[in-house]
Write a protein that binds this ligand. Structure first.
Ligand code: HEC
Ligand SMILES: [Cu+2]
Length: 352
């Protein structure tokens, strides 16, 4: 009979922590609401007009101790709330290093998901229990918001800019995925499900192919490598020759010196911008010769390109990419030399 859940399932590592803070705020609010209401009632009765036995002098008292208490106590309470909130916020803002990268494109009115291993889904995202997932998200049109109540995570998905979200599911099951930003007439229909599976089931699901008929057998990085060739990027960006354009191997996560003297960290957003609006930030030592790819590459393809460039490794002595299966197969095929670690040695020369 009593089946009226006040809160959604707690299905991620954040859920308990967010609820803890939430319940604390509710309890605190309830405490003061009750206390103040009781005081109001008490005063109203005690100082009612007909009661002649009370003292109504009402002098202005001075009581420094009381003032200190009513400044001090709320100060401590709000600081507790602040640091508690900051603590959770930091956890939500910092994906762990072992998180799997997935890519989300929002558009009116659906969610498109790409797995690094190549599966594509629509309005459905399959993940494994205990495996942290990091989402890189973008919108093709208006602002959407990726919201999974059971995970206690919500993040705006913006046009023209990647935003990020991560979570670690703790309980197998099927959970609601909502768009939490009014995004047009069918906003309420922009819903989906997050399917959390046991690892073994998840492996089977990955091996079995996509539930929505996406092409398999090609990882995102492979798809990106193909675009890299098809769009002619490869004619300038060589694997071992930085004379025409920077070598992209080892770019991801590195700090890049720009022509203006500043440096930027080469994250997803920077790589995306470098491709779409190459003139916006020019790498030190190069001219603005790279074509502008705006409107020539779709958001989905851009994510594949980003995934490919990430698969070429990070700055720390060519660390393998976060997605082990994402070897740039078609890239290295013709140029075995490119696969040699010796490549990293050449890298500093790119900033000549
Ligand atoms: C005509 C030659 C040319 C082509 C074609 C070209 N690029 Fe570039 N690219 C450059 C040059 C030169 C730079 C450095 C100057 C700058 O930042 O614009 C660069 C910079 C970049 C950067 C930033 C590199 C860094 O070290 O910070 C990325 C990422 C990039 N290109 C990706 C691509 C992709 C992906 C394509 C294909 C869609 C592409 N480029 C096509 C010449 C080219
Ligand atoms: Cu939406």
């Amino acid at each position: 009979m009593w089946n009226f859940p006040l809160l959604p399932d707690q299905a991620s590592t954040f859920a308990g922590r967010v609820d803890g803070l939430y319940f604390f705020l509710v309890a605190l609010t309830a405490f003061f609401t009750v206390m103040i209401s009781l005081m109001v009632a008490f005063m109203a009765i005690r100082y009612r007009e007909s009661n002649t036995k009370v003292n109504r002098d009402n002098p202005l008292p001075e009581n420094p101790t009381m003032e200190a208490v009513w400044i001090g106590v709320p100060l401590v309470i709000v600081l507790v709330i602040f640091f508690w909130g900051v603590n959770i916020y930091f956890a939500i803002a910092r994906p762990p290093a072992n998180a799997v990268d997935m890519y989300v494109t929002g558009k009116q009115w659906m969610w498109k998901i790409q797995h690094p291993t190549g599966q594509r889904e629509i309005n459905e995202i399959h993940v494994a229990v205990g495996q942290p997932v990091r989402l890189t998200m973008i919108s093709q049109d208006v602002i959407h918001s990726f919201y999974v109540p059971a995970f206690r995570v919500k993040q705006d998905v913006l046009p023209g800019r990647y935003s990020q979200l991560w979570f670690e599911p703790t309980k197998p099951g099927i959970y609601h995925l909502f768009c939490a930003e009014f995004c047009g007439t069918k906003h309420s229909g922009m819903i989906g499900r997050v399917v959390v599976m046991e690892s073994a089931d998840y492996e089977r699901w990955l091996a079995g192919g996509s539930s929505n008929g996406g092409s398999l057998g090609q990882t995102m990085a492979d798809a990106g490598a193909q675009i890299f060739e098809a769009q002619g990027c490869i004619t300038c960006h060589k694997m071992d020759d930085a004379s025409r354009a920077p070598i992209l191997k080892g770019l991801y996560g590195k700090s890049v010196a720009l022509n203006g003297g500043e440096t930027v960290i080469a994250d997803e957003q920077y790589i995306r911008e470098s491709i779409l609006r190459s003139g916006a930030k020019i790498v030190a030592g190069y001219g603005p010769i790279m074509p502008v790819y705006q409107n020539r590459i779709s958001e989905d393809e851009l994510m594949q390109l980003v995934s490919y460039i990430k698969s070429l490794g990070g700055p720390a002595t060519g660390t393998p990419a976060a997605t082990p299966s994402a070897a740039p197969a078609s890239e290295t095929k013709g140029t075995p030399a490119a696969a040699k670690p010796a490549q990293n040695v050449n890298e500093p020369s790119r900033n000549k």
